[in-house]
Design a protein around this ligand. Structure first.
Ligand code: SAH
Length: 234
C-alpha cells in the first residue's frame, strides 16, 4: 500500500523535512515502515512528491524529498456551510465533503441547531486523513462556527452562489441551479430544518438559489453529500 502523508512544511525537491511525533508514531508503529521506505507527500500548495524516509527514530523522523510526481491542480471554490450534527454525523460530513473536493467548510449555528460546540481541530485532522486516503493534494479550510445571520450578511455577488438546500419543494432542480457556475457554497440546515424566519432571511439574501433534491426529506448528512456529489461530478 502506498504511504501518503500531508506535510505542513513547504516542499521542494532536494529538501529535508522533519516529521511530527504523531507521524513518526504512525509510520513506526502502525505502518511498521523502515528507513529507506518511499512515501508520497504533499503540502497542499506545491503538488505531490516522492520522498524517502531517511531517519526514523523513537521520537524523530526525517524525509528526503526526491522528485515531483504531480503538479498542484487548479483550485475550485466549493464551500459547505452546514449546521453541526451529532458528532459522528458531523465527522462523516467533513470526511465525505473532503473526498468530494470541498475547499472550505464552515459550521453554521441556526435556531434549531442541536449541537453548539464543534471540535474544529478534530475536524481538520479528519479532513487531512481523508486527503491522504483519496489522493487529494489540497486540504480544505475548516473555519470556526458562525451564526446564520452573520454568514448571510457576508454574502454578495463576488462570492460563490450560495445554494441553500431547500426541502420545502420551492427549490430548483440541480441542472438549473448549477447551470454555468463553477463555484458554489452549499448551505444545509440542521435536523430540525431552518425556521420560517431563517427561510425569509435566506430568501431576502442576494446571490442565493434554493436546491431541491427531490420529494423525500433527506437527513442533513445525506443532503450535504448528495448536493456536493451532484455538483462535483457533473
Ligand atoms: N425540516 C425537515 C428536516 C430538515 S432535513 C423536516 O421537515 O423534517 C435537514 C436539512 O437537509 C434541511 O434543512 C435541508 O437543508 C436538507 N434537505 C433535506 N431534504 C432535502 C431535499 N429533499 N431537498 C433539499 N434539501 C434537503
Amino acid at each position: 500500500m502506498q504511504i501518503r502523508l500531508y506535510i505542513a512544511a513547504e516542499l521542494a525537491v532536494g529538501k529535508t523535512v522533519s516529521l511530527t511525533q504523531e507521524q513518526v508514531h504512525y509510520l513506526r508503529h502502525v505502518l511498521r515502515a523502515e528507513p529507506g521506505a518511499e512515501l508520497f507527500v504533499f503540502d497542499g500548495k506545491n503538488g505531490e512528491f516522492a520522498a524517502v524516509l531517511s531517519v526514523l527514530g523513537k521520537k524523530d523522523g526525517q524525509l528526503q524529498i526526491c522528485r515531483l510526481l504531480r503538479g498542484q491542480p487548479e483550485k475550485r471554490d466549493v464551500r459547505l456551510y452546514f449546521a453541526p450534527l451529532k458528532r459522528d454525523c458531523t465527522e462523516m460530513v467533513v470526511e465525505k465533503a473532503t473526498e468530494l473536493g470541498v475547499t472550505q467548510i464552515i459550521p453554521v449555528i441556526t435556531e434549531y441547531t442541536s449541537v453548539k460546540r464543534v471540535n474544529t481541530d478534530r475536524l481538520r485532522l479528519i479532513a487531512t486523513e481523508a486527503c491522504e486516503q483519496c489522493r487529494r493534494l489540497d486540504v480544505p479550510e475548516i473555519l470556526e462556527p458562525v451564526g446564520l445571520r452573520e454568514l448571510l450578511a457576508q454574502q454578495n455577488e463576488t462570492m460563490p452562489l450560495l445554494v441553500h438546500l431547500d426541502e420545502t419543494g420551492q427549490g430548483k432542480k440541480a441542472a438549473d441551479v448549477f447551470d454555468r457556475i463553477t463555484s458554489a457554497a452549499f448551505l444545509v440546515g440542521p435536523e430540525g430544518g431552518f425556521s420560517q424566519t431563517e427561510r425569509d432571511l435566506i430568501a431576502r439574501t442576494s446571490h442565493t438559489a434554493g436546491l431541491d433534491l427531490g420529494e423525500r426529506i433527506l437527513r442533513a448528512e445525506t443532503a450535504a453529500v448528495s448536493a456536493l456529489a451532484l455538483f462535483m461530478c457533473r
